[in-house]
Design a binder for this molecule. Structure first.
Ligand SMILES: NC(=O)c1ccc[n+]([C@@H]2O[C@H](COP(=O)([O-])OP(=O)(O)OC[C@H]3O[C@@H](n4cnc5c(N)ncnc54)[C@H](OP(=O)(O)O)[C@@H]3O)[C@@H](O)[C@H]2O)c1
Length: 343
């Protein structure tokens, strides 16, 4: 590690989602030898890890090039869900302090690190640099991608039934509010009735015409458009759950849609992961699982804020504000970030 000599306008925290595969990206031998159960166990005691220097994040609009770094909070997704939030916060804050020592000016939280507990608020309170969960751009990208995919498949959103799985979550509820005025009917799927009722009320206020709530994923079978954003560590959507010709946008990391859907349902279009194209020239210096030049929307939000010189807490807390979703989408476009091709 090159502490102190590199320039870091931003830093982004990732963590293992698929334990063996993700550990092997940094420690090939450990990923091969350690059984998954031991990775979960050790992840609690392993210190934060510097992964790479990110270079070549360029904006023509700002006539600017920035650099940053990727760091890993070692906790696996399962540990982030199972351990008490205070223990998880402590590990993420420890990772944030490493980032501070590296001189970064803003910290982005990835995957479950952004969803734990109060959605970044406590973490930001314990750090001297600003923090963002990246959720505003994730929601903007999900909404836009689902709309584009629908049109490509000849589905008119205003006539369609859409479903949001994980509708009680931070990203899920914001996506539901965004979709509310665009579609004919909305099915909200979650696990807790009381939380679903709250989101239902917000979605009605956001302009939904017809809304239903459900605690059974089977109820998405009537939907042409499905957006999934749960924090489940295993898939929740299987081939039998999907309507013929449905379009599914899967924001979740790890994915909510079972790989069986791709194998068994060639009538269905599944788009994975809230992915954007970063302007040409970026080098992440580390394989975090996407093809070169692509980033998760939450990472992109951190880079966009740094390009814009907005070193401030941005998407924080569980409630995402629609104005911020619109603003960050516009800033991302301005700096040359694009929705990845829908394949
Ligand atoms: N692509 C990107 O750029 C990006 C960026 C950030 C996050 N993410 C991913 O997006 C997902 C959501 O993140 P978040 O921060 O919004 O999480 P969150 O606020 O913790 O919400 C997740 C929601 O999913 C619900 N849920 C869990 N299992 C479910 C199931 N089987 N059926 C229905 N609902 C279920 C939970 O309900 P209960 O509360 O009742 O358990 C919770 O309300 C995560 O997978 C995260 O890694 C992606």
């Amino acid at each position: 590690m090159n502490l102190g000599t590199e320039m870091n306008d931003f830093a982004f925290v990732i963590h293992p989602l698929n334990p063996r595969q993700d550990v092997a990206r940094k420690y090939p031998l450990l990923g091969k030898l350690l059984p998954t159960s031991l990775i979960h166990f050790f992840s609690r005691f392993w210190p934060p890890v510097y992964l790479s220097h990110v270079t070549g994040v360029r904006s023509e609009a700002a006539e600017k090039e920035i650099e940053g770094c990727l760091v890993a909070c070692p906790l696996t997704a399962r540990q982030m869900l199972r351990l008490p939030p205070q223990v998880v916060y402590k590990k993420i804050i420890q990772t944030g302090r490493l980032v501070q020592r590296l001189g970064a000016r803003i910290l982005g939280l990835g995957a479950f690190a952004s969803g734990v507990g109060d959605g970044g608020v406590t973490i930001a309170q314990h750090l001297s640099i600003p923090v963002t969960t990246g959720h505003s751009l994730t929601v903007a990208v999900a909404g836009e991608a689902l709309k584009q995919a629908a049109l490509r498949r000849g589905i008119q959103p205003e006539l369609a039934t859409a479903a949001v799985v994980g509708a009680t979550g931070s990203i899920g509820s914001a996506c539901a509010k965004l979709l509310a005025p665009m579609v004919a009917e909305l099915v909200l799927v979650g696990r807790q009735e009381s939380r679903l009722s709250k989101v239902e009320a917000q979605v009605r206020e956001a302009g939904a015409r017809l809304v239903r709530t459900s605690m059974h994923v089977e109820d998405i079978r009537e939907a042409c458009l499905v957006l999934s954003a749960t924090n489940a560590v295993r898939p929740v959507i299987y081939p039998q759950h999907l309507k013929r010709g449905a379009v599914v946008y899967d924001v979740a990391l790890p994915p909510d849609v079972s790989p069986r859907v791709a194998r068994e349902r060639d009538d269905v279009l599944v788009i994975g992961g809230g992915v954007v194209d970063v302007p040409d020239g970026v080098d992440f210096g580390f394989d975090f699982g996407l093809p070169p030049g692509k980033a998760f929307a939450c990472m992109a939000e951190t880079m966009v804020l740094a390009l814009e010189g907005r070193y401030e807490n941005y998407s924080l807390g569980k409630q995402i504000r629609v104005e911020q979703v619109r603003e960050i989408a516009q800033l991302a476009r301005k700096h040359g970030f694009r929705l990845s091709a829908i394949g």
